[in-house]
Design a protein around this ligand. Structure first.
Ligand code: UTP
Length: 407
C-alpha cells in the first residue's frame, strides 16, 4: 500500500490523523505504518455503539456429565481418549496472547514465577501438566502456543532458554494472534509511536482465525488432528488433553466439550453452561432469574450449576462454522498507552479508551452441541488473575500445595 492509498483509506473512516507524522518518519518507519494500515481490520471501530447486545434468547438447562457418571465409566472414557491421543488425533493449544494486566507484570503471564523455595514458572506448570499425559500415553502431543505481537519474542525466548521445560521442541508451534486497533472514547484511533497505531490482542476467540491466517490449519489437516484442546495460561492446575475428557467428548458425539466446575453456591459469580435458543451457551450470573436459580435437574440438584473454566475440546471439522462476524464484539474500557502532541508516550492510570475483543465462550454458541464435563474444582482450577486476593498467586499456591506440587 502506498501513501496515497493509505491516506484515502484512513480519510474514508475519519482517521487520517494517523498519518500526521508521516513526513518525519524514516523510510522503514513509513513502510511499517503503511503495512499496519494495510493489515489492520478497522471495521471493529464500527462496533463501538453496537457493543454486545444485552438481548438474550431463551435459556434452558444443559445437562453436564457429572463426577458419578465419569467415575463409573472412567475405564471406557480413558480408553477412547487414549486411543485418540495415540492416533495423533488430538492437539493442545495454549492461549497466551493476553496482556495479563491484572497480574501487573510487564512480562508474558506465563513467565511469572510462583515458586517459594525455587523458581516455578506458570509456563513450566502448564507444560508439566501436559507432560503427564505425554508420559501416560507415550505420545508427543502437538502443542500450539498462541502469543501476540506484544509478547511473542519474550515468550519464544523464554521457552528456548528453559529447553521447552522438557517438551519436544519440534512438537511445539508458536503463532501470533491478530491485533485489533484501540481508540479513545470518541472512536479516534490512538497511536503509541509516530509510526504505530495502538493495538491490543483481539481477544481469545482470535485463536482460530489467527491460526488459519498463519496457515496452521494445514497442520491440523495434514496430521489428521480431529480435536483441539484450548486452554488458558493462568490455570496452573488444569489437566490438558485429559484422556478421560477426550473420551467423554468423543463418545458424546458433540462439537465441543467443556470442562466445568460445580458452583460453590447458587449465587456464585460465575458464568454457567446452558442452552440458549437450543444452542450451547453461557449465562452470566447476573442474568440468572430467580426461577433459573431455583430450577432443579432430575437428581434434585440446581439445573444451572456448572461454571466454565476456559478448557474446551473443539472438534476441528466444526471450526469452519464459526465466523468472527457473527460473534459479539466486546468493547472494553482499558488503559491504552498513547503519544501526545509532542510524541511523548503517556501511560494512563485510568481507562482512556476502548479495546475490542471476541471471546472464546462466544464461539461455543455458534456450535450445535456441547458436553459440559465436571471436574473437581480443588484439583483442576487454580486461576492466577491477580497478584493477591481472589484468583491470585497466593490462592493458586495454596491449591498447588494441596495437590502436592512442590513450590
Ligand atoms: P483473560 O481474560 O484473563 O485476559 O484471558 P488477560 O489479558 O490474560 O488478563 P487481564 O484481563 O489483562 O488481566 C484468559 C486467557 O485468554 C488468553 C489469556 O492469555 C489467558 O490465557 N487471551 C486473552 C489471549 O490469548 N488473547 C487475548 O486477546 C486475550
Amino acid at each position: 500500500m502506498n501513501y496515497t492509498e493509505a491516506k484515502t483509506k484512513m480519510t474514508a473512516i475519519g482517521q487520517d490523523h494517523i498519518l500526521r507524522y508521516y513526513d518525519e518518519l524514516s523510510k522503514t518507519q513509513q513502510d511499517n505504518l503503511l503495512r499496519q494500515i494495510e493489515e489492520t481490520d478497522f471495521s471493529v471501530l464500527k462496533r463501538i455503539d453496537c457493543g454486545v447486545s444485552d438481548e438474550r434468547g431463551e435459556f434452558s438447562p444443559l445437562e453436564a456429565m457429572q463426577l458419578d457418571e465419569i467415575n463409573a465409566r472412567r475405564q471406557e472414557l480413558n480408553r477412547v481418549g487414549t486411543e485418540a491421543i495415540k492416533a495423533g488425533k488430538t492437539a493442545a493449544l495454549l492461549l497466551a496472547g493476553g496482556m495479563g494486566t491484572r497480574l501487573g507484570s510487564d512480562n508474558p503471564k506465563g513467565m511469572y514465577d510462583i515458586g517459594i523455595t525455587k523458581p516455578v514458572y506458570i509456563f513450566e506448570r502448564i507444560v508439566s501438566n501436559l507432560l503427564d499425559v505425554v508420559k501416560q500415553t507415550d505420545t508427543w502431543i502437538r502443542l500450539f502456543i498462541m502469543t501476540s505481537e506484544k509478547n511473542n519474542d519474550a515468550t519464544v525466548k523464554f521457552f528456548k532458554e528453559h529447553d521447552y521445560f522438557g517438551y519436544k521442541e519440534d512438537r511445539v508451534v508458536f503463532f501470533k494472534q491478530d491485533m485489533a486497533p484501540a481508540c479513545d472514547f470518541n472512536g479516534k484511533l490512538y497511536m503509541d509511536a509516530k509510526d504505530h497505531i495502538s493495538t491490543s490482542p483481539n481477544g481469545n476467540a482470535g485463536w482460530y482465525s489467527s491460526m488459519v491466517r498463519a496457515g496452521l490449519d494445514k497442520i491440523l489437516t495434514d496430521e489428521g488432528i480431529e480435536w483441539i484442546n484450548i486452554f488458558a495460561v493462568d490455570n496452573v492446575l488444569q489437566r490438558i488433553c485429559d484422556p478421560c475428557f477426550i473420551g467423554a467428548t468423543i463418545l458424546a458425539d458433540v462439537a465441543v466439550g467443556s470442562k466445568v466446575v460445580r458452583k460453590a453456591a447458587p449465587d456464585e459469580k460465575v458464568g454457567v453452561m446452558c442452552l440458549e435458543d437450543g444452542r450451547p451457551s453461557i449465562v452470566e450470573y447476573y442474568e440468572l432469574s430467580e426461577d433459573m436459580m431455583n430450577a432443579k435437574d432430575k437428581n434434585g440438584d440446581p439445573a444451572y450449576n456448572y461454571g466454565v473454566i476456559l478448557n474446551y475440546l473443539f472438534r476441528t471439522d466444526e471450526l469452519s462454522k464459526v465466523t468472527d462476524d457473527k460473534m459479539p464484539m466486546h468493547v472494553v474500557k482499558k488503559k491504552i498507552p498513547y503519544i501526545d502532541e509532542n510524541g511523548a508516550l503517556i501511560k494512563p492510570s485510568e481507562p482512556n479508551g476502548f479495546k475490542f475483543e471476541q471471546l472464546v465462550l462466544d464461539m461455543i454458541h455458534q456450535l450445535s452441541s456441547c458436553l459440559p464435563y465436571e471436574v473437581i474444582r480443588d484439583k483442576e482450577f487454580a486461576p492466577i488473575k491477580n497478584a493477591t486476593g481472589v484468583d491470585s498467586v497466593e490462592s493458586a499456591r495454596e491449591l498447588l500445595k494441596k495437590n502436592n506440587v512442590a513450590l
